[in-house]
Write a protein that binds this ligand. Structure first.
Ligand SMILES: *[C@@H]1O[C@H](CO)[C@@H](O)[C@H](O)[C@H]1NC(C)=O
Length: 240
């Protein structure tokens, strides 16, 4: 009996450590006709930073200890960095220049992930809760489970309501969410509107939802905007 138990414990330890060491690879692909400077931010410093990705280029980032990792990716646009990496972007600034040391300043389209969360599943979504700057797609590669593509492939800047537009040199470069533009409890799902059932789509969030039905358009949007997959790597495409 004692032998059986210790075998069982060893077996569990083996399984657990097997999960802990399996890496998750994120491939960032720039299919936009212009350079983007992706930024990454996470709760645990494991994959932070920023880099330059010219049109057509891609890069792989490997998360070596994924269990419970929560993080996000977005595109910065119109950046100007000097040779030491100091500078700014028209959208998506995150401090620290090219290297990016913080979360992206809205409005930005976000690719959000929790890797090996509840039940060992990965959870991911495309979020427009903080607004939109660049079209974005998430495609799981390998993995098991539902593993559907999440994406916002419409140009929301082209349908952005006037009150939400971010202009640069006469071009609409990003579209604020109503929360970012007006900062009210009603639009941000805070205060009296914090709980599910007290926060609703607005005429503004519907513009985002109609353009990109499977992306999050406000904080308590339909949970069906969250996707799951187990054991996958992920292709994140800017302008899919
Ligand atoms: C939403 O409603 C507000 C208040 O009636 C109005 O000012 C705004 O223009 C509307 N926005 C859209 C996108 O229809």
């Amino acid at each position: 009996m004692a032998n059986f138990s210790s075998f069982h414990v060893l077996f569990l330890v083996f399984i657990t450590s097997g999960l802990a060491v399996s890496a998750t690879v994120f491939t960032l692909q720039n299919s936009c006709p212009y350079t983007v400077w992706p930024g990454t931010f996470s709760d645990s410093n494991k994959l932070e930073g920023g880099l330059e990705l010219t049109s057509g280029a891609s890069v792989q980032l490997t998360l070596t200890s994924p269990p419970g990792w929560t993080g996000r990716f977005w595109a910065r646009t119109g950046c100007n960095f000097d040779s030491s990496g100091n500078g700014n972007c028209v959208t998506g600034n995150c401090g620290g220049g090219l290297k990016c040391t913080g979360t992206g300043v809205p409005p930005v389209t976000l690719a959000e992930f929790t890797i090996q969360g509840d039940g060992g599943k990965d959870f991911y979504d495309v979020s427009l809760v903080d607004g939109f700057n660049v079209k974005l797609g998430i495609k799981p590669q390998g993995g098991s489970g539902e593993c559907k593509d999440a994406a916002c492939v419409a140009d929301v800047n082209a349908v952005c309501p006037d009150q939400l537009k971010v202009n640069d040199n006469g071009n609409v470069v990003a579209c604020k969410s109503a929360c970012v533009a007006f900062n009210t409890e009603e639009y941000c799902c805070t205060g009296a509107h914090e709980r599910r059932g007290t926060c609703f789509p607005s005429n503004f969030s519907m513009v985002f939802k109609n353009a990109c039905p499977n992306a999050y358009s406000y904080a308590h949007d339909d949970p069906s905007s969250t996707f799951t997959c187990t054991g996958a790597n992920y292709l994140i495409t800017f302008c899919p």
